[in-house]
Structure formats: structure tokens, C-alpha cells
Write a protein that binds this ligand. Sequence first.
Ligand code: ADP
Ligand code: MG
Length: 577
Amino acid sequence: MEPRDVIAVARRILHLANRGPGRLEFLREVSRIFLEFSGCDALDLRIGADDRSGGYRWRASRTGEERFAPLRFPDPRASAPPALAGDAAPPRGDLGSGAPWYEDLMESAATGALGPRGRCITSAGSFWTGDAPVDLALTGPTEPARGGAGGVIVSLAVIPFDIAPNRRGVIALQSGRRHVFTGETIGRHEALAQTLGLAIDDRRAQHALRERVKELSCLYGIARVLEEAEWSIEETLERVVRLLPPAWQFPDIVAARLRVDDHERALGDLGRAAHRHAAAIVIEGVIRGTVEVGYVEERPEFIEGAFLTEEHHLLAAVARETALHVQRCEARAERRQLTTKMRQADRLATLGQLAAGLAHEINEPLGGILGFAQLVRRNPDLPATVTGDIDKIIRSALHARDIVRKLMLFARQSPPVRAAVKLNAIVQESLGLLSHRLRESGIETAIDLDPADPELPADAVQLHQVVVNLCVNAIQAMRGGGRLSIRTRRGSDGVSLVIEDTGTGIPPDVAERLFEPFFTTKPPEEGTGLGLSVVHGIVTLHGGEIGFVTEPGKGTRFEVRLPSVPPERETRSASLS
Ligand code: ADP
Ligand code: MG
């Protein structure tokens, strides 16, 4: 073995560390290099802890034996009794020879306490012998140490090295053969051990850097996904959950799950994961979901805990980002809904004013037309053709008056005549009127009336119109038959009336203009487009609210809510007329 070889081996070790592999992968590889270079059968490594990394033991042999165990190495600055002496057995498994003298030797070497320097202790504080157990017997009890291959250790070198300030390690090279070490080779092993110290620190830094880059890439990716407002929540969760595994130490065995309310996306089978951690998704103090990551297989590295501190932080960050995203989406949806509602209310108010003006203007001349037509009609000397024509005038004028009345209802120009009204009775009467049409159209009805028989202050005739109009629309939406459900309920502050059909549903462009007077999608003989505007006017006049949910192709549900006490400002519109 030439000094040139030492340089080549040192480069290999440093190069390996620079790649930033996981710790076990690094130890495995470095052990192979050491065993090959030294010609030994086994090596035993003890690495001290510092404030950034825990200590550990590692043992590897030519026969493929491998052991790893976490360890608290004694702080070289502390004067406490050696932690590894006597009964302080290795924490897990039988690492090293386990003989007390051997443990003492390892520890003394690590703390630089070996002496006196001379025959088997170098000036750098390494212990070595080329010809044990005779020599070993001189330093401790005559218990033969076991080598890696299960044989007796004949040659042994125990070399301390520095890793970082306050962090030291010691490596023991063991062989079953004589004269493996000489005064010259031990110097080279010392040089390589120092290289190993540098490499251990470098690997940690490189590895930490790599982990950090992975985490930041993950967070960056998630931030970009969450920026996209167009995706559905499901799609967003899907994309986020896919970004998680690469950020964890062992991506190939990661299972992950992301849940927000009823939406959930999973990757792999988290149920099988023995190691998992989770972070709650909290929105305005309410837990709305979780993000979970787990490992579905065991790895030797998990002996120190399956997840890195950074991974806990990352998971929490993902939960936070997701919560913020959901909050933003909800705020946006709410704003959108509010603007549509306001725009609709605005339009209806304008239309109401227009309708009111129109109704007044037409009412007078219409009254004239009707009055004089009726007067003329009374004349007995008129020829039959003329009376026929006058009847047509009267019929048309009556029709026009009906429309004007409806317009006034929409414009809330006719104040309701309030009395205590029983809602169930109104529903039953209206259905009685419609029973023939219902039968004819092949529609079954499901009536669910509140047994408490709620009463409310209302205009019975107007309420009647509400029920009939809503039911007629429902019937017209179920050409091929269906089911009409009606429900009445008394609530805490009023009564509600729900009328639901299994009809065509309402497309969004129609829904937007639903309550406008004269807006209709029906042929003239079926609809005037005044039904819902009248219903809207009546409900508003009673201080109530009307809303609907619809799904095109499935059906529509209208809900009317009316207060059980009359509204305070009920005569505002009446005073206008
Ligand atoms: P009309 O019934 O005279 O057309 P309405 O004001 O009652 O006028 O209704 C306006 C429009 O709303 C209807 O033309 C129809 O397109 C739609 N509509 C109302 N109720 C329903 C319903 N239950 N199912 C489907 N569409 C409906
Ligand atoms: Mg209608």
C-alpha cells in the first residue's frame, strides 16, 4: 500500500460524502472502502453527539454484518464518569465485542486519554497491535475479543479522529490475522480516519442541504398550485398531495393524505403506515382537515425517529398554506355570490319602479276603456255584430287589468290584507285546484305538512297565488311526469314552505333573470313571465325571502320563508300609491 493509495482512498471518501447520501448509505459505502483498503475483517465506529447531530455506533464486517445504533457519546469536555464503562451496555444489540476492556479502550481512545505513548500507542493517541491476543491481554482482562467473522481478534487498531469542534469519533479496525498493522500502516490509517472525520461532517452538511432544497422545492410547488384559482378543490388537493413524497427522506415508501371538509385525496395506503405524522388544517380557529404523511415500510434509519424535524415543519407549512388557500377561495366565492345577488336585487328594484309607473299610467285609460265599453254594451239597440265586438273589447280590457294588477303586486303596490292564516290550509286548497292538472301530467305528490299547523299574519289570497304559481311552474317543468314535494315547517322565527320538483332544472342564464316580470321561456299561451315576479313581490311585501336551488336535468327546489310577525315597514310602498 503506497502513500499514493492513501490519497486516492481519501478522495473516494470525500467524494462520497459530497454526494450527500443518507447516513446508512454513507456508512455502508465508507466501511467497504475501509475494509478493502486495510485488509481487515471488521470495523467498529463510534461517533459522538454534538448539538446538531446525535451520536451512534456502527459496525460492519466483510461477511456483510451491519449494525447501527444511536448513542450518547460522553462529552469530551465533561468530567462525568465514562458513559460506556461497566454496565452501560450498548443500547441495542451487541455492538463491538462488548468486553469491558474493549469498551474502555474505545472510550479512552475517543477522549484522547490513552497513554503512555510508546510501543502500542501512537503519538496521535491511537492504539494498535499487530499480534493479539497476547498484546491485548496485557491491557485488559484475558477475555478474547471476537472479530467480525466470529473469530478471535488478533490484530486491532483503535484510532480517534476529529469531526467538528466538540465532536469526535473513534474507529476500530479488527482482523483475525497476525501482523496486519505495522508502525507505518497505522500512520496511513490515522490519515484516513481524519479524512473520515471531515467526510462525516461534510456528508451531514450536504445531506441537510439536499433535504432543505427538497423541502423548499415542495413548498414552492405547492405555492404555485395554490395560486391557481381556477382548479376545483379536488384537483388542487390532488396536485398538492402529489408534491409531498419527493420532499420526504424516503419518497418511494411515502403514503400521504390530504383532507379538507368532505374532500380527500390520498397517495398510497396510509392505513398500512407504521410511522406517520399529521398536521391539522385550521381555518379561523376551526379544524377543517388534515395533511398526513407516513412510511409504509420499515427502514433501519427509523431507529432514531422516522421523520426529521424539518419534515415536521414542512408538514405544518403545507397545512397552513392549504388553509390559507381554502380561506381565499371561500372569500372569493362569497364575494361573487354577493355581487350577483346585489345586481339581481338592483335590477328587480329598477324594474319594480318601472312597473309601478307603468301600472299607474295604464290603469286610468284602461278604467276609461272598460267603463265606457260596459256603458255602450248596455244599449239595447245595438246590432249583434257590434255587441260581439264590444264583448271582445271588454274581455281584452279585463285581461289587461289582470296584468296591471300582477304588475302592481310585483311592484309591491297593493298592500296585503293581513289576517291570521294557516299555511297548511292554503297549500291544501291550492293543490285541490291543481289536482286535475297533476293527475293529467302523471305527477305524484308528496305532501309533508307541519303537524303543528303553523299560522302567520298574511294575505290569504296573495299566499294562495304564491303556492299556485310555484306549483304551476313545477308542473310545467315535469312534462314527462315526476314528483312534486311540498313541505311546510314552523321555524324559530317564521314559517317555511318548500316546493320541489324533479323537472328540467333551471339553466344559469335563466336563473339569473328568473324574477323579472315578463321573463319567460314558455310559449305565449303557457306563460306570461309574471308568475315568479308576482311571487317575489308578495313574499317581499310580507317581509319574507324566497330562494331556490336547482340542478339542470334533476329538478328545482324553491323555498319561501315568511316571518311570523309582520314586518315593521309594511306600509312604505302602500303610501306611495
Ligand atoms: P312563466 O311560468 O310564465 O314562464 P315565471 O315567472 O313563473 O313565468 O317563470 C319564469 C321562468 O322561470 C319560466 O319560464 C321557466 O323557464 C323558469 N322556471 C320557473 N320555475 C321553474 C321550475 N320549477 N323548473 C324549471 N324552470 C322554472
Ligand atoms: Mg309561471
